[in-house]
Design a protein around this ligand. Structure first.
Ligand SMILES: Cc1cc2nc3c(=O)[nH]c(=O)nc-3n(C[C@H](O)[C@H](O)[C@H](O)COP(=O)(O)O)c2cc1C
Length: 216
């Protein structure tokens, strides 16, 4: 039987489509219907300010509800903060495939519903499909989960995602840096999340230690 063209002796192996030097940095940012839409928006603003990273934005229907309620931000204004905007229904989008290289994905904030869907590998919309792809490609996935109090299903789903290699990062403000405003609290959390991707030098100020604290 004749060999197919690809494996005939003397044939060249398929050529790579890029060089490492030109590899684009890309982050997927998804905003879902938990309270705290500001975290997703501030991530986009920070990436835009830092430059060098292509942002891919996804917003669920409930995410839109919260963006309008909490921030009074229009779709156009939000979209303007991202480099690429995808519809949550577009499961044929680039980011639905592992062959489209990204540095990972942040769901900010992440509802318990989206958490459950990721924990069970449902891939039932482009947000949960992109998260599934991020996990299967062993890329960084950070879920900024928000709910309180937590039931056993929430806790089990967080454990499942952690076991799969994902990072559960509830957006809980830190008080040790004595923030003067909500903006400062949000910024500190957002910088800590971005530092998990090691895209460049650390962004969040490093803890300098407590001066004068007892050492014994
Ligand atoms: C004002 C508002 C606040 C909400 N806050 C939360 C929340 O903090 N955590 C959560 O898991 N769900 C919260 N929900 C419920 C989710 O929006 C709802 O479960 C939705 O189906 C999530 O869908 P999504 O994951 O596709 O965005 C909130 C809903 C509304 C309207």
């Amino acid at each position: 039987m004749p060999l197919p063209d690809l494996v005939k002796p003397g044939n060249q192996v398929p050529q790579a489509t890029a060089t490492y030097a030109a590899a684009p940095r890309r982050l997927i940012i998804a905003i879902t219907g938990a309270t705290g839409a500001i975290y997703g928006v501030r991530l986009l603003e920070t990436l835009r300010k830092l430059g060098g990273v292509e942002s891919h934005l996804l917003v669920s229907s409930a995410g839109w509800l919260n963006i309008q309620h909490e921030l009074q931000l229009s779709k156009d204004d939000l979209h303007a903060l991202a480099d690429v905007v995808h519809s949550v229904r577009d499961v044929g989008a680039t980011i639905a495939s592992g062959s489209f290289a990204t540095d990972g994905m942040i769901v900010a904030p992440c509802s318990m519903k989206t958490l459950a869907s990721v924990a069970h590998g449902l891939s039932d919309n482009l947000i949960t499909r992109a998260a599934d792809v991020t996990l299967k490609e062993r890329r960084r996935l950070v879920l900024m989960v928000r709910e309180t109090p937590l039931n056993l299903a929430h806790l089990r789903n967080m454990t499942a995602v952690t076991e799969m290699g994902g990072v559960i990062f509830p957006p809980l403000p830190a008080f040790y840096n004595q923030p003067a405003s909500i903006d400062e609290m949000v910024d500190h959390t957002v910088l800590r999340v971005l530092d998990l991707f090691a895209l460049g030098p650390a962004l969040a100020p490093a803890w300098a230690g407590l001066r004068g604290a007892p050492t014994d």
